[in-house]
Write a protein that binds this ligand. Structure first.
Ligand code: SAH
Length: 252
């Protein structure tokens, strides 16, 4: 039997209209779709009636299908000759383990392609009226993960470097809801300006989008008071002010 192929497809950040033309075309043709929890579920209506749809969605403490099993599943389905779409939230290579899945396919001799997606790191700020760069305010942006406790000795994040990056541009923190207080404390220790504008965007690009604006000093309390839940990201930088200056195109 001919070997199939695995497509690592970005589903975009939440608004189903933000999948790419190429991604949608593949989704419509796929024989097997293995999707994450954080995808626009409306997109699954686009699948073939006979497509096998597998929910590999992972809640934080309830890994429904462990990553090694997802990798094995992709390979197994492709070895059976199937056109496999691995549908991932945002972009597959931005904190999406798409690299691991591609390497696993490579090691197994399975052809694969990557279809980039619109990452929440850029799109959620955009729907909140916050450009991640601006000619006069931010000439760089840094995207970091907050999924690990900074108090763990093995924490891989270099907070002094991140605080320095915040002086040069915008910070976008993904997966930061749980450890936000510790992360902000580390950034303040590393010298970030507590008065810097900060925003939290929950469920960005969806009808449930919520945006909370404050400063580095106030954002932890504001996010806690608003009971911000997943998915949410945080933006730190002067660009946050542009929202109130007329860029908030999305709030009705
Ligand atoms: N590959 C994805 C990111 C996966 S990590 C991408 O490119 O967007 C998951 C994290 O992304 C979440 O914890 C959250 O911080 C962020 N995220 C994903 N979708 C989001 C959304 N609609 N609004 C706000 N943050 C989102």
């Amino acid at each position: 039997m001919n070997v199939g192929k695995v497509y690592l497809v970005g589903a975009g950040p939440g608004d189903p209209g933000l999948i790419t033309v190429k991604g949608l075309d593949l989704l419509r043709r796929a024989e097997v779709v293995v999707h994450d929890r954080l995808i626009p579920h409306e997109l699954l209506r686009e699948c073939r009636a006979d497509a096998e749809i597998i929910d590999a969605g992972k809640a934080q403490h309830d890994h429904r299908i462990p990553q090694p099993q997802i990798n094995a599943l992709l390979v197994e389905k492709a070895q059976a000759g199937k056109l496999v779409v691995r549908l991932k939230g945002g972009d597959p290579f931005v904190f999406g383990r798409g690299g691991e899945e591609g390497l696993f396919c490579h090691a197994a001799g399975i052809p694969f392609e990557v279809v980039p997606g619109v990452s929440s790191a850029i799109a959620a700020p955009a729907y909140a009226g916050i450009p991640v760069t601006d000619r006069t305010l931010a000439s760089a942006f840094t995207v970091l993960t907050g999924h690990e406790n900074p108090n763990k000795p093995e924490s891989a994040i270099d907070y002094p470097a991140i605080a320095a990056a915040a002086r040069a541009g915008t910070l976008v923190l993904l997966m930061g809801v749980t450890y936000l207080p510790q992360i902000i404390a580390e950034l303040l220790k590393a010298g970030i300006d507590g008065a810097k504008p900060a925003a939290c965007i929950e469920a960005g690009t969806t009808p449930d989008q919520r945006v909370i604006v404050g400063t580095v000093d106030t954002i932890v309390g504001l996010a806690q008071a608003a009971q911000v839940g997943s998915p949410a990201l945080f933006v730190i930088g002067d660009v946050v002010n542009l929202r109130a200056q007329g860029l908030d195109w999305h709030t009705p």
